[in-house]
Design a protein around this ligand. Structure first.
Ligand SMILES: NC(=O)c1ccc[n+]([C@@H]2O[C@H](COP(=O)([O-])OP(=O)(O)OC[C@H]3O[C@@H](n4cnc5c(N)ncnc54)[C@H](O)[C@@H]3O)[C@@H](O)[C@H]2O)c1
Length: 351
């Protein structure tokens, strides 16, 4: 799909390219950013949320060139995804090559998600940066959940539940009060008690609501108005959350597909949303949704961009399934790349 820039946009793109050239000789060198480098780039939660909202809206307005991510699956339960995207509005093009090995922590002490992003000059195609993708994935994934919550949850919700207290779980809890400012209690649950303890130790000082360990999934689900999960994406759902625990009015945000929920729960939602219909259809083809997908009310970006309504009444049950999109990475990477050049962060490597 070709998305042509207007004359004026092309001029701005040329100006942006000229600005990069003042700091990085395109075609001769690229900027290499380690994970530590990426984490040191100054960017606020508000900026990350705004970039992510723009990316979601651009995707659903079809102002993005982003094929559904393709993958390879070397070992059972593992995958690599190739995630290319072009965001004309952000003059950003590139690809994320990310892997997910759920057993990594246990077997080798590595995180389950790893990968790199290759960022290109979209006017010439020349690679201009290679960066670790972990932090970008971490912050934009939580921001997608926040963007969804802003439109789909009651803004006066007092309780939030986080299932999975790993990298994504911690990042989700960290800034949740920016979108749910009335929170009083945050329930957390993980099969690893160490992970629960780490989250509380790291974040209780940063958030105002009381973070409580839920003694079971049932406790968390029954007590939380808004529930997010970031555990393990299983090729086939392995429901652990009983449908009867889920009352009307709840907002359920999934970073791990339908892994934990019963099919009847997602199918009885008053509104069921996905970030990309094309992407979830492809996942269905891979066998991730053996009982089929529920009827899709909207893409997340349609609601974030204001084309469709989000929550209308207090008692709607809403499920939003965001599996992650390269376009989100590209908006954030463009900003991080600019800031790294401005602040002299990273190493320039010869091409
Ligand atoms: N949607 C997206 O854009 C996106 C982006 C990144 C990661 N993810 C997904 O989010 C999930 C979490 O990623 P992460 O980087 O935080 O991984 P992580 O390994 O750091 O954390 C996962 C946590 O979930 C816990 N867990 C596993 N099974 C559980 C269960 N049944 N109940 C409760 N806790 C359980 C683990 O003990 C671990 O602490 C993965 O499935 C990953 O593929 C999605």
């Amino acid at each position: 799909m070709s998305l042509n820039l207007s004359k004026e946009e092309y001029k701005k793109a040329e100006e942006y390219r000229a600005w990069i050239e003042t700091r990085l000789p395109i075609g001769k060198e690229l900027l290499y950013l380690t994970q530590e480098d990426v984490r040191s780039i100054p960017i606020s939660p508000e900026e990350i949320l705004e970039l992510t909202e723009k990316s979601l809206a651009a995707y659903s307005r079809k102002n993005a060139d982003m094929p559904a991510k393709i993958g390879i699956h070397p070992l059972p339960g593992t995958f690599y995804h190739a995630m290319p995207a072009y965001a004309p509005e952000a003059f950003a093009a590139g690809i994320k090559w990310g892997s997910c090995y759920p057993e990594n922590q246990k077997k080798y002490g590595y995180p389950q998600a790893e990968g790199l992003i290759l960022f290109n000059d979209h006017l010439s195609g020349i690679p201009i940066a290679i960066l670790d993708c972990i932090y970008v994935t971490e912050i934009r994934t939580a921001a997608v959940t926040y963007a969804s919550i802003k439109k789909l949850a009651s803004s006066d919700a007092k309780t939030f539940g986080m299932i999975g207290c790993g990298v994504e779980g911690r990042q989700h809890v960290k800034n949740i009060e920016k979108v749910l400012p009335s929170l009083k209690e945050i329930y957390v649950y993980d099969i690893s008690k160490d992970a629960e303890n780490c989250l509380i130790q790291e974040l209780q000082g940063e958030v105002g609501a009381v973070i409580k360990k839920a003694d079971s999934l049932e406790t968390l689900v029954r007590n939380s108005e808004v529930i997010a999960s970031a555990t393990i994406i299983t090729e086939q759902p392995e429901p652990k959350i009983k449908d009867e625990w889920i009352t009307s009015g709840k907002t359920i945000l999934l970073c791990d597909c339908h892994s934990l929920y019963e099919d009847k729960t997602v199918k009885r939602a008053d509104k069921y949303l996905v970030d990309s219909i094309e992407q979830h259809e492809l996942l269905k083809g891979y066998g991730y949704y053996p009982y089929g997908l529920p009827e899709i009310y909207a893409e997340t970006g349609e609601v974030v961009g204001g084309e469709k309504q989000g929550r209308v009444t207090k008692d709607e049950l809403i499920v939003c399934n965001n599996v992650g999109m390269a376009i989100e990475d590209m908006y954030v990477v463009r900003d991080l790349f600019d800031k790294a050049l401005e602040n002299g962060i990273g190493r320039k490597l010869p091409l």
